[in-house]
Design a protein around this ligand. Structure first.
Ligand code: HDD
Length: 711
């Protein structure tokens, strides 16, 4: 579909040049194409378009006789089925995605000439895929792992893929180590265990031998690795990129996504339970949030470093194991992204979407970060085996909205019927089309930033990449005491699963001791190892002691309890008025209240009316909720107090530090004490306090008291 007229169009397909008959035929063909994706009202047919009369029985010689080879209908169906699976992603296989849009806050022309960042009126479609890293396609959502955060911007100047993670640094500095790292973290080759996690010998063997991983590993041992929701994660482009303006002036930037719902995590015990009780927890959460109109939003921002300041930091901007503390360079907001449409078909969209950090548009450019440089090769390469050939850009989810004409031809799965005689350039036969566009301020062809390079060809790591512990220390010291305890427990849990004592000891003595001696001592104690007295290297130390924005306790949301799931436990005899009041109050806050009964059957309220429930307490256990309420009603309160399932639900919610409203009687039965987030009553004051507690995500003050409650 050429968009420009040729000088001498020999094979023009512009509608204006077509005969009415041809236009008619084309319209008919297009409507046939549309019919293929929507089967409503359509007859069942073979792939060749033949109507099928019997989809239940193979063609046989008699009702009890052998099947006949000539049954082309059965053969076609089974053959297609036999080839339904494609290779899963080598990493980030488990994921989910959503459509949405990006809108710039204003014109950022001083920074970049990228068209989608010039005009606040412009809506750029996006597709986002979130993922875990280690586990296969069917693995659990809530495992301890890094989360992928990949965004495809379908800009009118071409696709821009920002293929990041929910952590701002990476495990290794050079792409040549990526296969080693991935082999170490993946399930072990002899037994294919564990699925989805890093608590095993090969991972800890590798990271304890590769100190550059220390910073990323401590992020992975923090609560960031067990997010409450994909909606509640920050995203990071990780590498330093360049933005280039129309004058050719470049700035270094780090990309950030800031979620409007804040940065929140589940507790480790919840994460483990959820992995069994709802393997699809994050997938479901995102889908339901969009379905119910609670659209997740992120602000895209950049930390900007002028070219002249490249060497002003005590770390190298090209080192992907380093972040720029936000206190040194604040994040400048550029625009916002809203996810507002679920995919229609998981395979076609989420499974087939193909990201690549090399997909950039004019106004954005790379740096010499050796990890980024290797990624530029790897992603397209992997699609060749995953998606079967070099035409994966023609799959609908990958297709740019910008036109893409060139002289690349043929290859497997070619969907475009290229017209014209010339598939080379220059040509005179097809008027010379398609032609190059000279670089220019706007609408120019892509031009690489003209960085001057004068160097020897060598295999060598820069000295400026050699400090591996300062920022890991900065991270640990920036955590709240609660977060520090979670990190200690995570290292202890993971290393506790490592069978070889030498690996445990190496991690404690040669890595943790260089990060923080208190951290090392606490983990050593939990593993029954002697506490190290000193680190093994001289750590330069960061210029700043703490960076508050690293602690997610300092990253609350801006949208109250929007989209938070609240369980309302009901049983026969519940006060329907109390339930109604609570539901309305929560819906007014854009939360998602759900009624849970002893079974999925409706309960009989005190006024005799039937009250339908959304699920049973067993079907939707407490780990799926952000807050729990027991409404008024003597008989229903007694029923819950007599139910082991209900008591477990409530105690578990208490243990997981959730905001709760109970009746006074239930509070006494469970032997719990009121606290900032454990309330009684159903008046407005109680509801307000409950909402505030949910907004705070967890009642951290309760942590010590909750320790004594059995899991
Ligand atoms: Fe990667 C997938 C993020 C380093 C090679 N990577 C992949 C995805 C994300 C990231 C989010 C999933 C994309 C999707 O949803 O389809 N990767 C990162 C980040 C990195 C990183 C933030 C470091 C800063 N990756 C990295 C290196 C290499 C790769 C150094 C290879 C040299 N990554 C791949 C891959 C994958 C991939 C093998 C697997 C599936 C795919 O690309 O499409 O090519």
């Amino acid at each position: 579909m050429p968009s420009k007229k040729t000088d001498a169009p020999k094979h023009s397909e512009a509608a204006g040049n077509q005969s009415p008959d041809k236009a008619n035929t084309n319209a008919k063909l297009q409507s046939l194409e549309a019919d293929r994706s929507d089967a409503t009202g359509q007859a069942l047919r073979t792939n060749q378009g033949v109507r099928i009369s019997d989809n239940q029985n193979t063609l046989k010689a008699g009702p009890r006789g052998p099947s006949l080879l000539e049954d082309f209908i059965m053969r076609e169906k089974i053959t297609h089925f036999d080839h339904e699976r494609i290779p899963e992603r080598i990493v980030h296989a488990r994921g989910t995605g959503a459509h949405g849009y990006f809108q710039s806050y204003g014109c950022h022309a001083e920074l970049t000439k990228a068209g989608f960042l010039q005009d606040p009126e412009k809506i750029t479609p996006v597709f986002v895929r979130f993922s875990t890293v280690q586990g296969p396609r069917g693995s659990g959502d809530t495992v301890r792992d890094v989360r992928g955060f990949a965004v495809k911007f379908y800009t009118d100047e071409g696709n821009f893929d920002l293929v990041g993670n929910n952590m701002p640094v990476f495990f290794i500095q050079d792409a040549i180590k990526f296969p080693d790292f991935v082999h170490a973290v993946k399930p072990e080759p002899h037994n294919e265990m564990p699925t989805g996690g890093s608590a095993h010998d090969t991972f800890w063997d590798f990271v304890s031998l590769v100190p550059e991983s220390a910073h990323m590993v401590i992020w992975a041992m923090s609560d960031r690795a067990i997010p409450r929701s994909l909606r509640m994660m920050e995203g990071f482009g990780v590498h330093t990129f360049r933005l280039v303006n129309a004058e050719g002036v470049a700035s270094f930037v780090k990309f950030h996504w800031k979620p409007s719902e804040g940065v929140h995590s589940v507790l480790w015990d919840e994460a483990q339970k959820l992995a069994g009780k709802d393997t699809d927890y994050h997938r479901r959460d995102l889908r339901e949030a969009i379905e119910t109109g609670h659209y997740p939003e992120w602000e895209l921002g950049v930390q900007i470093v002028p070219e002249a300041d490249e060497h002003k930091f005590d770390f190298d901007l090209l080192d992907p194991t380093k972040l720029i503390p936000e206190e040194l360079v604040p994040v400048t907001p550029l625009g916002k992204m809203v996810l507002n449409r679920n995919p229609d078909n998981f395979f076609a969209e989420v499974e087939q979407v193909a990201f690549c950090p090399g997909h950039i548009v004019p106004g954005i450019d790379f740096t010499n970060d050796p990890l980024l440089q290797g990624r530029l090769f790897s992603y397209t390469d992997t699609q060749l085996s995953r998606l079967g050939g070099p035409n994966f850009h023609q799959i609908p989810i990958n297709r740019p909205v910008a036109p893409f004409h060139n002289n690349q031809r043929d290859a497997i799965h070619q969907h475009i019927v290229h017209k014209g005689q010339a598939s080379y350039e220059p040509n005179s036969i097809d008027g010379g089309w398609p032609k190059e566009t000279p670089p220019g301020a706007r609408d120019g062809g892509f031009e690489s930033y003209q960085e001057r390079i004068d160097a020897h060809k060598i295999r060598q790591r820069s000295d400026s990449f050699s400090d591996h512990f300062s920022q890991a220390r900065l991270f640990f010291q920036s955590m709240s005491p609660t977060e520090q305890q979670h990190i200690i427990k995570a290292y202890s849990f993971e290393l506790g699963k490592v069978e070889r004592e030498a690996i445990r000891a190496r991690q404690v003595n040669e890595i943790l001791a260089n990060i923080d001696l208190k951290l090392a001592a606490a983990v050593a104690e939990n593993l029954g190892l002697p506490a190290p007295k000193a680190g093994t290297v001289q750590v330069k130390g960061s210029k700043q002691a703490t960076s508050p924005t690293l602690s997610q306790m300092n990253l609350p949301g801006k949208v109250g309890i929007k989209g938070r799931k609240i369980a309302i436990l009901v049983a026969n005899g519940v006060d329907a008025g109390s339930v109604d009041k609570l539901v309305k109050a929560l819906e007014a806050q854009s939360a998602r209240p759900m009624l849970l009964g002893p079974t999925s059957a409706p309960v009989k309220a005190a006024d005799g009316k039937q009250l339908p429930v959304d699920a049973s307490m067993e079907g939707m256990p407490s780990v799926m909720f952000d807050g729990i309420i027991v409404p008024a009603g003597k008989a229903s309160g007694d029923a819950l107090a007599g139910s082991g399932v209900a008591k477990h639900f409530l105690l578990e919610g208490y243990k997981h530090l959730k905001a709760m409203v109970l009746t006074k009687e239930l509070l006494a039965t469970l032997g719990l004490k009121e606290d900032k987030g454990l309330l009684t009553g159903d008046d407005q004051k109680t509801v307000d306090a409950f909402v505030k507690a949910v907004e705070g995500h967890r009642v951290w003050e309760r942590e010590a008291a909750a320790e004594a409650v059995p899991a």
